[in-house]
Design a protein around this ligand. Structure first.
Ligand code: GLU
Length: 456
């Protein structure tokens, strides 16, 4: 059997982090088995689905490298096929026309609630000849006795008693299919073998399975994954960081880091934390998905991001530090030399840009308030003296370090007398990577120019 999985978001909002994880698990499972990973946009609810949300979902998936293998299937385009299946079930006697009016249904519902029984439409067993010429829904005839067990790949065996399952509506009175029917028909027609989705859909699975059985279609393997919770254990919401996938992009996260973090959020492979996509494809399986909800932890995500930033090749880091201006070869070389040191300290790509800001131009940087406080009169005098004594160039950071050591000794000064103000003058900041490296990379001309600027 060749594996087919699908991610089936409803485009009523952006692609949130929980949806992204579901997509990732479906993608990895399909890849692991050399199968297919498909995307289905569940846009049947025209009132709630928006083109903006559809675009946002594609954008998020694209960014994460989780676009489907084929063109996406839009559920709304398949209403005719959904209706056809409802009518087949009607013909086979697995479904019936229900003429209950909304008011009658409300009354039945209230009665059922009061008695703890289930809603049974009088049309279930009515003589079709007695049917009025009125709008009707098509309901599936659910078994009244017994129970159904699903052997969920994550949740294990879960049983629901049939008296908890009402005769579900498959086709509404206006002829439109319900979500419950559309999912089943589309999964079947797309050849889906494994349904991997949030466990908020577990209850639906029992109802959906009854439609599948009535059609005598193969039942897919179900894997209902626990939803993601916030750090306080409550269901993940915006205040926990349940933002759109692309909001993480805009905050300076790398897609590789987000995917790696999401993978570990609910799935494990021993104690491994950093897992490349290739490695994840090799290792991924449904058996290692956790049964209890994982907690979203911004700090862990950030630590994962730092790791991925540090692992980027120098030319990528350099490109990420630029701000779009034309950059001279000398500045490019400077950025390449500094890139690993900046990457070492960056938690987000935005940090990388910020810490590199002083190095991407050949002019003196703006001086922050805390850096300005280091530029006392004495400090400026020392810096000016140093600038004057500088040789024309250095051949390495070490060369600069040695020269500086000797110069300080000659003046009876210590590194701490010159280091912090030099950093303030060259970078405008109080904290940066090694000032010796920075001084060397900026070069003597820039050191002189920047010291002159603070001595004006
Ligand atoms: N469209 C549903 C949702 O976004 C998912 C349906 C499914 O995966 O079966 O929650």
């Amino acid at each position: 059997m060749s594996v087919v999985t699908r991610f089936a978001p409803s485009p009523t909002g952006f692609l949130h982090i929980g949806g992204a994880r579901t997509a990732l698990f479906n993608f990895l499972f399909a890849r692991h088995h050399g199968g297919k990973y498909l995307l289905r946009v569940e846009d049947t609810d025209k009132a709630r689905s928006t083109p903006e949300a559809v675009a946002a979902i594609h954008e998020g998936l694209e960014w994460l490298g989780l676009a489907g293998d084929d063109d996406p299937l839009y559920q709304s385009s398949r209403a005719e096929r959904h209706g056809e299946v409802a009518r087949i079930l009607l013909e086979k006697g697995h479904a019936y026309r229900c003429y209950l009016t909304p008011d009658e249904l409300t009354t039945l519902r209230e009665e059922a609630r009061a008695t703890g029984g289930q809603i049974i439409s009088p049309w279930r067993d009515a003589d079709p000849a007695s049917a009025p010429d009125a709008p009707f829904t098509i309901r599936l005839r659910m078994p009244l006795e017994g129970s159904t067990t699903i052997n969920d790949a994550v949740q294990g065996a879960v049983t629901v008693s049939h008296d908890a399952l009402d005769d579900l509506v498959m086709l509404r009175a206006d002829g439109t299919p319900t979500y419950m029917l559309a999912v089943v028909v589309d999964d079947h027609d797309m050849g889906v073998t494994h349904v991997i989705r949030g466990d908020d859909h577990l209850n639906n699975a029992f109802r959906q399975q009854k439609i599948i059985e009535a059609m005598e279609w193969p039942v897919p393997v179900y894997a209902h994954i626990p939803l993601i919770h916030g750090s306080d254990g409550a269901k993940l919401s915006k205040r926990h960081g349940a933002l759109s996938a692309t909001a993480y992009r805009d905050m300076g996260f790398l897609p590789e880091a987000v995917c790696n973090y999401l993978l570990r959020l609910g799935w494990s492979h021993g104690d491994d934390e950093i897992i490349s996509r290739d490695q994840a494809i090799e290792w991924f399986g449904l058996d290692a998905i956790g049964k209890s909800p994982a907690r979203f932890d911004m700090e862990k995500l950030t630590a994962t991001n730092s790791h991925y930033i540090r692992s980027l090749p120098v030319d990528t880091l350099t490109r990420l530090m630029l701000d779009g201006d034309d950059t001279s070869a000398a500045i490019m070389t400077r950025l390449e030399q500094l890139a690993p040191a900046f990457a070492e300290r960056a938690q987000r790509l935005t940090d990388l840009k910020e810490s590199a800001a002083f190095a991407i131009h050949d002019h003196a940087p703006p001086i922050s308030e805390e850096a300005a406080a280091l530029l006392t009169d004495t400090a400026r005098e020392n810096l000016a003296a140093m600038a004057q004594d500088l040789p024309d160039d250095f051949d390495s950071p070490d060369g600069f370090k040695q020269w500086l050591g000797q110069w300080l000794e000659g003046k009876g000064l210590k590194m701490r007398d010159i280091g912090p103000p030099l950093r303030a003058a060259l970078t405008g900041m109080k904290q940066t990577p090694d000032i010796v490296l920075i001084s060397y990379c900026l070069g003597v001309e820039q050191i002189r120019l920047r010291i002159a600027a603070i001595c004006k």
